[in-house]
Ligand binder design. Sequence first.
Ligand code: BGC
Length: 327
Amino acid sequence: MKKINFLYLFLCLCICTSLGLAAFFLFESFKYEASFNGNAPIPKYDFHFVLIGQEKDNPYHRKIFEGAEAAAKERNIFIEYVGPRQTNVEEHIKLIEMATAAKVDGILTQGLTNREFKPAIDNAINRGVPVITFDTDLEDSKRISYIGTDNYEAGYKIGEALIEDTNGQAVVGIITGLLYSNNLVLRVQGFLDAVEKAPNIKVVAIESSNISKSQAAEKAHQMLRKYPEITAFFGTSALDGAGIAQAINKINPITPILVYAFDDLKETLELIKEDKIHATVKQNQYEMGYKGVSMLYKVVTGGQIPKTYHTTTKILRKKDIRLIDHE
Ligand code: BGC
């Protein structure tokens, strides 16, 4: 009798352990979908792409997603949009790794830094997940293609605009989103190379805003206190121009300071209308998203795409904004 009881107990234990193990593995296999998709059921789709933005709620990145979503809808692609709340290389890399581990059909990401992003991108490619970089390229990686602004050229263009507007006479402060991000390094380099042609343009300082408007305002304020002779600013990423304008407003200098910005966020355009920002480089975020998804689709359906696809940029001044208003 005792023997039978023991056998029962042993059998029950075996069944419970097997059920437990089965539940654990089932949970593990669904974990990725749950964490990437906020537990929502994934709709029926032909392909599953992941778009990783540097800051998920940054209006610049939201516009890229708008374009990506439109292209995805036309092709029955499920596009998942993820990204850190605030720029964070570690989190960004983790998202690339998660998408790779889940074997999604394609990844769109920026290639912000060589050291951290190259291994993550190369690993995705080695494991059969195609990667296209957008906005910020990483040419040294195995990424299939890059879609976005020619960042060096864009920086160069704004430098030339400054020379033209000031007759080659200016003392400049630069507020750059990040000192290490590949696209912004290229913008600053392009700008410096352009103004080198004008011996009376002097760049006195370069500081980082951590792509935040409030930090851009703080850094510009400190810069103006240290270098009251500044007559122009160059803000290299989407929120820098508005931050710089805020700092100038606070100091209220006697002679106007020219602000050169990046991107066409609503606030930037308003500030141009109010003469608080002098000019901005309009990038084509929507196209980066739209074309990015279309190109990835071509890759997964066996088509060929170019190694680099540069989207257009345009310098906007007050007169151009009036034209946009009337469109
Ligand atoms: C840059 C992006 C950046 C964004 C930050 C844009 O100008 O192209 O790389 O994430 O600004 O606001």
